[in-house]
Design a protein around this ligand. Structure first.
Ligand code: ZN
Length: 158
């Protein structure tokens, strides 16, 4: 990345970690997933409500942890709100590639999430960036109810 991009990256991450979007309890959530990243101490509580066609009608989170984990969750909720399941899963795959694969292109559909590309230079932060995405992946598989996931036990690879 150019230094200008790196500055922008830091600005966006700090902004979202200080003022996370879609932060709060989702009162009528169909599914709630608690995600833990013990490697860093990050925690996410994600609530998802599905619409009539199964789309992610509403999505909110609470939690605490490092700036990367909170910013990734904030950016993710903005991006996934209103999306159908197929699009959400496609974005999950694209985001995972973005933060793990040095050669991955940053697809346009990821929008501001592309700025998190810098994480790929810090392998120990990948789990921070992926935590919220692992939680939403679980929510989509589960559809209803509550569960807990951990980046250490449920996902051997980052
Ligand atoms: Zn972290």
């Amino acid at each position: 990345m150019t230094s200008e991009l790196e500055e922008l990256y830091q600005e966006v991450i700090l902004d979202h970690s200080r003022r996370p979007r879609n932060f709060g309890e989702l009162a009528d959530a169909a599914v709630r997933v608690h995600g833990d990243n013990p490697a860093c101490g990050d925690e996410i509580h994600l609530g998802v409500k599905f619409g009539a066609n199964g789309e992610l009608q509403d999505i909110k989170f609470t939690g605490h942890g490092c700036a990367i984990s909170q910013a990734s969750a904030s950016l993710m909720t903005m991006k996934l709100k209103g999306k159908n399941r197929a699009d959400a899963m496609e974005m999950l795959g694209a985001f995972h590639d973005l933060v793990t694969d040095e050669k991955a292109e940053a697809p346009k559909m990821l929008g501001d999430l592309r700025l998190m590309q810098g994480v790929r230079k810090f392998p120990q932060r990948v789990k921070c960036a992926m935590l919220a995405w692992r939680a939403v992946e679980q929510a989509l598989q589960q559809n209803v109810g509550e569960s807990t996931i951990s980046t250490e036990t449920d996902f051997a690879a980052p």
